[in-house]
Design a binder for this molecule. Sequence first.
Ligand SMILES: [Zn+2]
Length: 168
Amino acid sequence: MGKKRKKPNYMRGNPYISRKKEREALSSYWRYSYLKTDVTDILEADISKQNRSWGARGYYIATLHVCRQCGKDFRFTAQEQKLWFEEYGFFIDAYPGCCLECRREKRKQKAIKHRYDAYQTEEDGKLSIDQCKELADLIMELFGPDLDEKKRNRYNHMMNRISREERE
Ligand SMILES: [Zn+2]
């Protein structure tokens, strides 16, 4: 019986990526040595799609960060990096300051603010009942317990119209 061949130790990183590729991937990250990487998550890049002034990234490797907003650890996955650098056109050195949940929350707040702002030029008396309901929801979502008098009046006005409508 021959000697049992030693299995390659791919499990150290991504089982679908050979040690050679892993080394290559890491070497394409020398400029990012200040970032913590996770070699279990590696993707090959399409460098023709990257937005860069010099030095392409041959691979994306998940990097580990701390969220500026909530302080939680988060991963900037290889898949996300591929999206950022090949689809969204972000500069190749960019990385997110906040975790995905905080980024989503921020986008949601922005969208709510945007919808609320559209009502600022509308006359309240001319709003439909559905618009009154939306505006009331937006005021609550945006200002919640910090309603000032003007906003509280507007909110109450919306609620009065809604309840009047429902009584009829
Ligand atoms: Zn966060």
